[in-house]
Write a protein that binds this ligand. Sequence first.
Ligand SMILES: NC(=O)c1ccc[n+]([C@@H]2O[C@H](COP(=O)([O-])OP(=O)(O)OC[C@H]3O[C@@H](n4cnc5c(N)ncnc54)[C@H](OP(=O)(O)O)[C@@H]3O)[C@@H](O)[C@H]2O)c1
Length: 321
Amino acid sequence: MFAVTAARFDDDDPLAGLVLDDRPEPVPEPGWTTVAVKATALNHHDVWTLRGVGVAAERLPIVLGCDAAGLDEDGNPVVVYAVIGDASRYRDETLDPGRSLLSERYDGTFAERVAVPRQNLLPKPDALTFEEAACLPTAYLTAYRMLFSASGLQPGATILVQGAGGGVATALIVLGRAAGYRVWATSRSEEKRDRAVALGADQAFASGAKLPERVDAVMETVGQATWPHSLRALRPGGRIVVSGATSGPAPSADLARVFFLQLSVVGATMGSRDELGRLVRFCEQTGVRPLIDRTLPLTQAREGFAAMASGDVFGKIVFTL
Ligand SMILES: NC(=O)c1ccc[n+]([C@@H]2O[C@H](COP(=O)([O-])OP(=O)(O)OC[C@H]3O[C@@H](n4cnc5c(N)ncnc54)[C@H](OP(=O)(O)O)[C@@H]3O)[C@@H](O)[C@H]2O)c1
């Protein structure tokens, strides 16, 4: 079957290890099943993998991709939950210390077929296309948890989304807007700031700009480049919810500001299978749909990877089969 794999790591030139070719068919483990992939979405996670982050070298070559929507073995439309973890022993799958995402230990979704635990399948509603449904399991689920589980906020609160153009960031804007938050966003690019407002942000600001007032919470995925601004942007008692650090993971902590203003910093990673089910229903109920930057056949995956690696993206990049 056709698949997109990471064959080797290269921190400076991640696309150097990207291989598009034929791979053996997946062999499901006991309790697992096979999904015929109809659509899959690119995440920064796939670029991190090519750079050698989060995957052991002895696991190479590994099929990339965390997200999938497709058909189960009986031909039913399904969405694939990407976390392989044990929810019965921990509060949810993401808290299982042995958990992994598809494409970390087991082959991922950038392939004609992918093997997954049977319990990781959710029905795909007719209201969502395969392309839309494929955007939900990673970026949209992470945004859902950041907004509704980790932020501690209620509708009407003001949030700041850093780095508006990203997959998670655009998800934060559309889901936050639909839930009744006042959504402010930052971007390095004027064009992306305009697009953020068109997407539903109330206002958009240049990265690092002084804001009209302080916000209740900041949604962080950029990391080092925006962290000092995120700390300055918070009202006393405010909260940063952080799920990523694209520009670097080691910003200055500015502890004096953290304790004087009684700020909190909360980490968020993916979401539970139950949260994915609620996210699917949220999309159905509100009419909200994932923002897709572009759709490409999986055979042209290299073009999508190049766009993401250079930051030339506004929304999700989707691959179809
Ligand atoms: N913890 C989890 O479960 C989880 C889940 C999903 C994603 N993540 C992480 O979250 C991050 C975002 O993921 P994604 O898939 O949304 O990535 P993406 O689509 O590539 O988004 C990256 C965005 O970050 C902003 N950015 C990047 N470098 C920047 C810099 N130096 N200064 C300012 N802004 C910068 C850009 O926004 P502008 O161009 O608009 O400024 C860009 O659009 C990644 O690091 C990813 O690994 C974590």
